[in-house]
Design a protein around this ligand. Structure first.
Ligand SMILES: Nc1nc2c(ncn2[C@@H]2O[C@H](COP(=O)(O)OP(=O)(O)OP(=O)(O)O)[C@@H](O)[C@H]2O)c(=O)[nH]1
Ligand SMILES: [Mg+2]
Length: 1001
């Protein structure tokens, strides 16, 4: 029998445990154990274990448990997860001490009556069963603190609504309702006054009940993977306080928005502006001027949907059709919107590039997971009229390619006939209204005060294209909106494209731009400037001023000097330009417009791309594909964005003349992390890094490309490949696929181009083992002086081993930030600590202790007192901790402390700071304290190796609850977190940084 071995092993374990007088027994298997390693029945000797308190039987194949279970009266915790149970013995209900019960992933269709008597239960985990509801007897669990109904692995639970019996469990502190496909949750959740953590991920919630704002003790609410309405989604990004503020505003009054964008795209001169004005009913203008940038007409078009009678207000977005604008225009294509893809019959559909335009819309606004919010495209031919010959457009081909994005075809004449009628215009209007009415979020409810602010902003924009932030606050105040809510509304309005404001940017925080087209027009004037084109995008700020305030243009197209630094900053925010350092002393301030860089590799580029001794080289390719069809696609303007976003690694970061970039590529440098060559070859982005440890910089660059593609171009996917190693073969092999093969035991894969079988290991980056982190810390500290010198004389002087360790430390730090990215919304992640009274502190034996906790800057990666002066008390706290909390937090504390120890010698050298031995000492003592609190199992888990790597159990969830508790605690003591500023980097991740670095974000 296959299971015999498992059974014998269990018997042995029981025997040993009985002998040793243990009170805990672990007969659970690993989550990925093979079937034959699992128990199908339990040894009888188990029931002699009368002193047993904790029993783990998870990941076996048990179908039933015997009544003998009642012979374990001391049992406190029982883990039956991942078995095949459908019932439980009566005796279970008689266990007087049982407070923790895991029944996750079994075959229960209802909860067994027997457990109804477990009134002392504190923790119940019953996700992953086939329960349709919770029985009434659950209300007798008066002491229940934690209830897990929801799974973590994404599999959907069948329950139709939140069981109302939960409303009576008022001691609950944590409730998991993940993965239920619920579209709403009940108001009464707001009555569970002790709730601290609420899991609602993977549902179909568009909204939350305002009552949740009343939950005073709530520390975190998890809302990932829900189709939240846009305002709430933005509030969620900002964290818990913002969600509560938003819900409170909703509770005070709400209104249906009934508003949509109407976006006109198409080649230059096809008749977009004429069509929009005709839709408005404005007078016909012959020989209209071309549109610079874009123009937004806020609310003058109101159409009524014939079916629902809904009156929908449209703001029309009219884009200039010139090629050069295409890259910037994409910024404004956001769903939900109705698009008019305009073309001119005389030029024909090909020349009018109808299909290309729809593709750009698709890649910006079509979210596969949200077909209900798909952009609706109406394809409109202009210059029509009954007398005109209808040019042919292949309707079927467009429908085949774009599916239900295509909402109809029209042939209109924007020029009225002798009776003042524009041919087929009314039909088009009806279709626009009908399409808009079919987008669910067009009719969403918003807080009444939000709508009022929006209307006030629009009204004001007719007079002032921009106002100061305090004027904006005053405007909100007149609508009855207090300052903190005004702040949240500014974030939401900015994110949804109604205004432009960035509160964390020194230059931008005082100005609110009320007209979204104001900036795009200003940008288009530079893109059209001949001198700037000839200078390959380099432009002095003085010249920018001349262009923007050109007296030859009408007053409404001129921009006062006060705005110029603001525009400049905004162009940087939108990845359009960056300020360069020119080689000449006292050179006038100059910026680079990335779109205008030269078309070919600069001369002599080879000199900047040499393999240094001791360095290795590794290449990965980001292939950009349509996620649906698998065809390679172009991400329009990707390279321009990379040139801007990665400029801190530019070879010319100190002297622009050394920069190496062109329309399809660039060369970068990141000190000890190496040098990179990035090039777009037919839509494939080749990234090669040469370094002691190339993986670090390579990973960072590929992640950047993948992030950009994923977040900016919808439906496109940047998949990672490695080049085939066969000489001269140009084949590429997909990394995910190789990893799958490897996981299944294969050692070779076949290249589809050269048809050779290739050793998997030869395709992977260097297969060096992870360093022993404690040793790495010691080496880095020893070499601190060397690292310091290398800042000036070059990193190639450092040994290869040292450079590898430095890169690997950076890599670990990056992993930590990713791992703890969610709690970063609420507070900082990097800190160190020591017992205040260290001399009499015993790490192995304590119950309560006062610790000194010091916050670090996540940018500089050093403790705050190092930046503020040793005597500064900012970010330094004395807090009482219990050993119980500390034990729970120990795995997290260990990662943070080890990584802080790794990066401190490198970061301080980078800033030329001298480190006091006592600081190292503290970190070491902290580590000792943590190690003394870790269980054997936790010690053996190398979280540093785990984080950021695949192959982790599906239901692995970084336990960040200890960090959240710490945040809540610190916030109560010092809401300013020692003056740390929460900033958002370009990947929309939060970091807590010293104020002096805030402007870098
Ligand atoms: N007869 C007729 N003329 C039209 C029609 N639509 C546009 N035109 C003319 O075509 C020319 C270009 O029209 P615009 O509306 O400026 O074109 P556009 O697409 O906005 O051009 P850009 O802003 O440069 O991208 C103008 O001279 C219009 O008068 C139409 O439906 N019928
Ligand atoms: Mg126009």
């Amino acid at each position: 029998m296959a299971h015999d071995e498992a059974y014998r092993l269990a018997e042995k374990k029981i025997e040993e445990a009985l002998k040793s007088g243990a009170t805990e027994l672990d007969l659970g298997q690993k989550y990925n154990a093979k079937d034959e390693e699992k128990l199908t029945k339990l040894p009888d000797s188990l029931w002699q274990f009368t002193q047993l308190q904790k029993l783990n039987l998870s990941h076996n194949q048990l179908t039933a448990l015997p009544e003998a279970l009642g012979q374990l009266p001391q049992l406190q915790s029982l883990d039956l997860s991942s078995n095949q149970l459908t019932a439980l013995p009566e005796a279970l209900g008689q266990l007087p001490q049982l407070h923790t019960l895991y029944l996750r992933n079994n075959n229960f269709t209802t909860l067994p009556e027997s457990i109804g008597q477990l009134t002392q239960l504190h923790f119940l985990h019953i996700a992953g069963n086939q329960l349709n509801t919770l029985p009434e007897f659950v209300s007798s669990f008066k002491n229940l603190n934690e209830l897990f109904l929801g799974t973590l692995d994404g599999s959907i639970n069948p329950m139709e609504e939140v069981p109302s019996v939960i409303s009576r469990l008022n001691k609950l502190t944590e409730l998991s309702l993940n993965c239920f496909s619920w579209t709403s949750i009940p108001e009464w959740l707001g009555d569970l006054q002790n709730l601290e953590i609420l899991w609602l991920s993977h549902n179909r919630l568009t909204d939350l009940p305002p009552s949740l704002a009343q939950l005073e003790h709530l520390e975190s609410i998890h809302l990932d993977d829900n189709p939240l309405n846009p305002e709430l989604a933005e509030a969620k990004e900002q964290g818990l306080d913002a969600v509560k503020t938003y819900l409170r505003a909703r509770a005070e009054g709400e209104i249906v928005l009934n508003e949509a964008k109407l976006i006109l795209v198409g080649e230059g001169g096809v008749g977009k502006t004429s069509l929009l004005t005709a839709l408005h009913g404005d007078e016909w203008v012959e020989n209209r001027q071309t549109t610079y940038g874009m123009e937004v007409d806020i609310t003058s078009l109101v159409l009524t949907d014939a079916v629902t009678s809904a009156e929908i207000t449209f703001n029309g977005w009219d884009f200039g059709g010139q090629d050069i604008y295409r890259h910037t225009h994409q910024l404004f294509f956001t769903a939900p919107a109705v698009y008019l893809a305009v073309w001119e019959p005389r030029r024909g559909p090909e020349q009018s590039r109808v299909s290309e335009w729809i593709k750009i819309i698709k890649h910006r606004a079509y979210e596969e997971s949200r077909p209900d919010l798909r952009p609706r495209v109406l394809v409109v031919a202009t210059h029509g009229g009954p007398k005109e010959r209808l040019a042919h457009i292949d309707e079927q081909a467009l429908r085949d390619e774009f599916g239900d994005m295509i909402a109809g075809f029209f042939h209109v004449d924007s020029k009225p006939d002798e009776n003042g009628i524009c041919y087929q215009l009314d039909e088009l209007k009806n279709a626009i209204a009908r399409e808009a009415a079919s987008i669910p979020s067009v009719r969403r409810s918003v807080p009444l005060s939000w709508k009022k602010v929006l209307s006030a902003v629009r009204k004001r924009s007719a007079r002032d294209p921009y106002i100061s932030y305090s004027q904006y606050e005053a405007l909100c105040n007149r609508q009855g909106v207090p300052k903190n809510l005004a702040g949240l509304y500014a974030i939401i309005l900015n994110e949804l494209g109604y205004l432009i404001h960035y509160r964390n940017d020194e230059t931008l925080k005082d100005t609110v731009i009320l007209k979204p087209d104001y900036l795009s027009k200003a940008v288009s004037f530079i893109l059209d400037d001949k001198a700037t084109k000839e200078a390959n995008g380099l432009i002095e700020h003085r010249r920018l001023g001349e262009i923007w305030d050109n007296p030859a243009r009408p007053a409404r197209e001129r921009y006062p000097g006060k705005l110029h630094p603001i525009f400049l900053k905004l162009m940087e925010r939108f990845d359009l330009s960056y300020q360069v350092n020119m080689p000449e002393v006292e050179a006038p301030p100059t910026s680079l417009m990335a779109q205008l860089v030269p078309g070919v590799r600069p001369e002599g580029w080879e000199k900047d791309w040499v393999l240094k001794p001791g360095d290795g080289e590794h290449t990965q390719v980001c292939r950009i594909l349509d996620a649906q069809t698998g065809r390679t696609e172009e991400a329009e303007g990707l390279m321009y964005r990379l040139i801007v976003r990665l400029h801190r690694y530019s070879l010319g970061r100190k002297d622009y003349s050394k920069s190496r970039h062109w329309k399809t590529g660039l060369i970068l440098d990141d000190g000890y992390n190496g040098r990179a060559f990035i090039e777009d070859i037919d839509g494939d982005i080749y990234v090669t890094v040469r370094a002691a440890y190339p993986e670090r910089f390579l990973h960072q660059l590929c992640t950047e490309v993948q992030w950009l593609v994923k977040n900016f171009w919808k439906g496109l996917d940047a998949r990672l490949f490695v080049p085939c190693v066969t000489a001269k073969c140009k084949g590429l092999l997909e990394i995910d696929e190789i990893m799958d093969y490897k996981a299944n035991g294969a050692t070779k894969v076949r290249c589809s181009v050269c048809r050779q079988f290739i050793e998997i290991d030869s395709l992977m980056a260097t297969m060096q083992p992870k360093p022993v982190w404690d040793e790495a810390v010691a080496i880095l500290r020893n070499e601190h002086r060397q690292i310091l010198q290398a800042q000036d004389i070059g990193f190639e002087r450092l040994s290869t081993q040292l450079r590898v360790l430095m890169s690997r430390s950076d890599e670990q730090y990056e992993n930590l930030l990713v791992w703890l990215s969610d709690p970063a919304k609420e507070g900082p992640r990097l800190f160190s600590f020591e017992p205040v009274n260290r001399s009499r502190f015993d790490p192995a034996n304590w119950t309560h202790e006062t610790f000194r906790l010091v916050l670090w800057c996540e940018h500089a990666r050093v403790p705050l007192p190092l930046l503020n002066g040793q005597n500064s008390k900012k970010g330094v706290y004395e807090i009482d901790l219990s050993h119980e909390w500390f034990k729970k937090a120990a795995p997290m504390l260990k990662s943070i402390t080890t990584i802080a120890s790794l990066v401190l010698p490198i970061a301080s050298a980078g800033m030329k700071l001298v480190i006091n031995e006592s600081l190292y000492n503290n970190l070491d003592f902290a580590k000792e304290t943590i190690d003394a609190s870790l269980t054997g199992f936790e010690k053996s888990v190398d979280r540093l190796a785990q984080s950021g790597e695949s192959g982790i159990a599906k239901d692995f969830r970084p336990d960040d609850s200890a960090l959240r508790e710490l945040h809540a605690f610190l916030k109560a003591k010092d809401p300013s977190f020692g003056g740390l500023v929460r900033v958002m980097n370009k990947r929309h991740e939060f970091l807590w940084v010293h104020e002096r670095f805030a402007s870098e974000y």
